[in-house]
Design a protein around this ligand. Structure first.
Ligand code: URA
Length: 434
């Protein structure tokens, strides 16, 4: 078999066989197929696409290119959750303890933040001592004992995807549905959970700007998961404005804790209840969505979800006192209010700009190696549909550098559009694909 012939075949719009896809993925992972040939193949796929069977074979080939995590040592149904990423997305921090306190095992591999979106691992590291570099045995043991464990992605997880994603990133070949779906799902399949609940975000702060594209991605991923024998569902959720009010690592941990204390923002709480209900159904801890929601609400009201978060933090080396006394979380030294320049209604917030403001303050990474400042970020006071009077505080900035704070303030002001008419608030849940 020759890579050259496979490129020609794809260019002509013909489907690649399973053997051809495995040949290509294995050869590329081992360095036998050069970047320039793989780039040509990726571009051909962007132009002519892949069918459902090819997309599945590509996913499997990438999943099996490295270590497959075996979670057989964990009793019961293991459910994983994945978000395609957004601004202020602290969902896993509240959702995992809610679900685990209802009896469903959460075994999750998470990533770090890159660009304007944050990562669960960075957020958790705001808690003194918390570690995600645990080995597989500890991970399995913690899921069995506590009900939750979150670890960083091992370097052996789907290495073909790692290499291919880096190539796609610099060859303008990221935005193909089959390539995105197979990339995400290869890592999910290699992570070993029995069921997968996906949160596919859409809007100005998301990877998928258009709702139709997000729905198509959700559907492609659900098909892959089901074909792999995993119970898979996807929730399509709104990312036209940040989720909740807080953006920034420690600030988001605080908002997750507030939510588990029953004082969470409506949109964030609703997202946790929707995703959580689906996780309880997948984990067979509830028979109907209503029953699942009730259990999750009770897990908050009874304090069980909060104490589950504390146990999870302790099991991974963190100080559980941070959960009961969130004032212990890292705090920035500077603070500034962003003031409304005129009266009206918030019509729009350019969501990725809010993420970029957090990045400017030092809360995000511009390269994989960047050090991040866990204490900085933004607290929004006004969101879409809210009335503002001239002089009102629209947001607060938390920073450790005057210059950065000034730049972030200017950009945040530009991210807001204030209009005369009350703008309609889009619901946070836009649909479910199962
Ligand atoms: N995230 C991934 O992991 N892969 C993609 O291709 C796009 C987003």
């Amino acid at each position: 078999m020759r890579m050259y012939d496979l490129i020609v075949k794809k260019k002509q719009g013909l489907p690649l066989s399973k053997e051809e896809i495995y040949f290509m993925v294995e050869g590329y992972t081992k360095g036998e197929i050069p970047d320039y040939q793989m780039s040509a193949m990726m571009m051909a796929i962007c132009f002519v696409g892949m069918d459902e069977r090819e997309t599945f074979d590509l996913t499997y080939a990438m999943a099996y290119s490295g270590e497959m995590l075996h979670l057989d040592g964990i009793e019961g149904i293991k459910v994983d959750k994945h978000s395609t990423g957004g601004v202020g997305d602290k969902t896993s921090l509240a959702l995992a303890p809610m679900v685990a306190s209802c009896g469903v095992k959460v075994a999750k591999m998470s990533g770090r933040g890159l660009g304007h979106t944050g990562g669960t691992i960075d957020k958790l590291e705001s808690i003194a001592g918390f570690r995600t570099d645990i080995d597989t045995d500890t991970f399995i043991d913690n899921v069995n004992r506590v009900g939750i464990a979150i670890m960083g992605q091992t370097k052996d997880l789907a290495p073909a995807d790692k290499k291919l994603y880096a190539l796609r990133d610099v060859t303008a070949t990221v935005d193909n549905l089959s390539l995105i779906a197979s990339s995400i799902m290869s890592k999910k399949l290699a992570s070993g959970a029995d069921a997968i609940v996906l949160d596919v975000k859409t809007g100005s702060g998301a990877f998928m700007k258009k709702e139709a594209d997000a729905r198509a991605l959700a559907s492609a991923m659900v098909k892959i998961g089901k074909r792999a024998g995993k119970n898979t569902i996807a929730v399509v959720s709104n990312m036209d404005q940040p989720l909740g009010y807080n953006v920034g690592n420690a600030l988001e941990v605080r908002e997750a804790i507030d939510t588990l204390n029953g004082k969470g923002p409506d949109d964030f709480t609703e997202l946790c209840l929707t995703l959580g209900s689906r996780m309880l159904l997948c984990g067979e801890a509830a028979e109907t969505e209503e029953e699942a929601r009730e259990k999750l609400i009770k897990s908050i009201e009874s304090g069980m979800a909060l104490s589950k978060l504390a146990s999870f933090v302790k099991a991974q080396g963190g100080d559980p006192l941070y959960i009961y006394e969130p004032d212990r979380l890292p705090k920035a030294s500077l603070h500034k209010s962003v003031i409304a320049p005129r009266s009206g209604y918030v019509e729009k917030i350019v969501c990725d700009e809010v993420g970029i403001c957090s990045l400017i303050l030092g809360g995000g990474r511009t390269t994989k190696e960047s050090e991040i400042d866990l204490s900085v970020g933004i607290r929004l006071h006004k969101k879409v549909g809210d009335m503002v009077d001239e002089g009102d505080v629209m947001a607060e900035l938390f920073a450790n550098d005057e210059e950065k704070m000034k730049t972030a303030e200017e950009r945040l002001l530009l991210a807001y559009t204030i209009g005369a008419e009350k703008a309609e608030k889009k619901p946070v849940i836009l649909g479910v694909v199962d």
